[in-house]
Ligand binder design. Structure first.
Ligand code: SF4
Length: 494
């Protein structure tokens, strides 16, 4: 399932070229070409372990239904198919006792029944579902994530987009899909490649060679196949099972699972796809580790791990003077920054991610070092559409946190905005293999949705989307441009 970056970028050169360039015989070149496999995530349907509340409640007046059946019996006598049909193509009224015991779990809310029989059918939203989540990570997000994790597909309801156009947070950003050019659909259906892999680590802006012609400053990056990583679960959730699930899923889809170093050591989870969060200055990490993250900036700890050849990231909460700390760290040699907002995407001064990430990205651009460093960001990711918008805002890869727990059908309650305050209730007797598949499915669905966006924008790989503000539009700016002169518009009528 997991292929190297080299494989993702393919090696379908003609055999004669392969012979010349790589010094391979025709047979070897053929053999190598035959081993080519495009990166692919194997999504498998998973059943629900802790059923999410249904979307609608359906109430049927028994007297009204009996009256309708009685009337139709005489009206359509002999046309039994008509007599036995019910006003719902989704089977809500098709139970063994002909709709007297409806099955509201099947209701999709099309309202045909209520429009046709307002006298005895009522369809209402289910308050139990609406109580899930909070005002940022809403019940709609939770419902969608649950569907994505269950099937691994792109959720399509056939009703078009029913959300709002414009709004707070990421809803205030539109992506420019006017360039419908290749790779567009070809990239989505696999005839061409749209790359979703990203590089983590330090890249030199130019290569330097010694007198022998050897490169003296090779890039120290490594590649993961997805532009998102699994960030550590909240400290309020102490679960070895969750740590194992994150690691197994991250290995399967070839991304990174960030976890506390102590859990990794205790559970023996170290490996190339696992990133320990370290707090000690002289400690060591397990075999196979490629990258570590410092819980907070500390020059000595950074130097300790950097000297051992690890890619070293630093977690940085976007509070106080975070931007100057970031630039200070960059000057000290740090090349991977993991920016943390709260779970509503807000920094300490209340600004949203689009603004703060852009600020970090532009500060590094102005310093002339943006391409030398990697920006990761966690907090405020509630849906698949947030990924490209986070990357347009300046991130190289996006950290997923609460959404991973929701994909495993965990129920979150309490303060869901601040870091490490949420109360998490996992499904009883959590089946680890089942939970791994749910995360793999979510990854597959979110990657496919990323491909949809990249295809629609005519962008060939996700790396080229980073900081592409020019391919996005802000609702507030468009409105100000259109209505700014009109009296009554905030700041208008000038
Ligand atoms: S709203 Fe639509 S799906 Fe739901 S019960 Fe009525 S007809 Fe069936």
């Amino acid at each position: 399932m997991v292929l190297s970056a080299e494989l993702e970028h393919g090696s379908f050169a003609p055999e004669s070229v392969a012979s010349e360039v790589w010094g391979l015989t025709r047979g070897e070149a053929r053999q190598r070409a035959d081993t080519y496999q495009r990166y692919h995530i194997e999504a498998l349907p998973t059943e629900e372990k802790w059923k999410i509340p249904r979307r609608f409640n359906v109430k049927v007046g028994k007297f009204g239904l009996a009256k309708m059946i009685f009337k139709e019996f005489f009206q359509y006598f002999g046309h039994w198919e008509t007599v036995f049909s019910r006003p719902c193509t989704y089977g809500v009224f098709s139970g063994p006792i002909g709709g007297f015991s409806p099955r509201p779990d099947l209701c999709v809310g099309c309202l045909r029944c209520e429009v046709q029989h307002p006298d005895f059918v009522t369809v209402t939203p289910n308050g139990e579902l609406r109580a899930l989540g909070d005002k940022y990570l809403t019940y709609q997000h939770i419902y969608t994530i649950d569907q994505e994790a269950m099937r691994g597909t792109v959720p399509v309801r056939g009703q078009g987009y029913r959300g709002r156009f414009g709004g707070p947070g990421f809803d205030g950003m539109f992506t420019d899909m006017s360039e419908i050019v290749r790779p567009s659909r070809d990239g989505i259906h696999g005839r061409e490649l749209i790359g979703t892999s990203v590089d983590i680590g330090a890249k030199p802006m130019h290569l330097e060679f010694d007198t022998e012609g050897n490169i003296t400053n090779p890039p120290t990056t490594f590649t993961i196949q997805l532009p998102f990583i699994f960030d550590a679960p909240p400290t309020t959730l102490e679960s070895d099972a969750v740590a194992r699930i994150y690691v197994e899923a991250a290995e399967q889809v070839d991304t990174l699972a960030i976890l506390p170093a102590k859990s990794i050591e205790r559970l023996g989870l170290a490996g190339p796809n696992v990133v320990p969060i370290v707090t000690c200055s002289g400690c060591s990490v397990g075999p196979g580790t490629r990258m570590v993250e410092l819980a907070t900036w500390n020059h000595e700890t950074y130097a300790h791990f950097a000297a051992q050849g690890y890619a070293v990231g630093v977690r940085l909460e976007m509070t106080g003077e975070w931007l100057s700390t970031l630039l200070e760290m960059q000057s000290a040699g740090v090349t991977i920054f993991h920016l943390l907002s709260d779970h509503h995407g807000r920094s300490g001064d209340g600004r949203f991610l689009i603004e703060t990430l852009k600020e970090a990205h532009m500060a590094l651009v102005e310093k002339g070092v943006r391409d030398e460093v990697t920006l990761l960001g966690s907090g405020g990711i509630a849906g698949a559409d947030n990924l490209p918008k986070g990357i347009i805002s300046g991130l190289d890869a996006v950290g997923l946190d609460h959404v991973l727990l929701i994909a495993m059908q965990a129920r979150l309650s309490g303060d869901m905005q601040s870091r490490d305050t949420v109360t998490v209730q996992l499904p009883k007797k959590l089946d680890e293999a089942w939970a791994v598949q749910r995360l793999v499915n979510l990854s597959c669905s979110w990657r496919d949705q990323m491909l949809e966006i990249l295809g629609a924008m005519g962008v060939r790989e996700v790396r080229r989307l980073r900081g592409e503000f020019g391919r996005s539009m802000m609702c507030s700016e468009l409105e100000a441009e259109a209505f700014g002169e009109i009296e009554g518009f905030p700041g208008g009528g000038r």
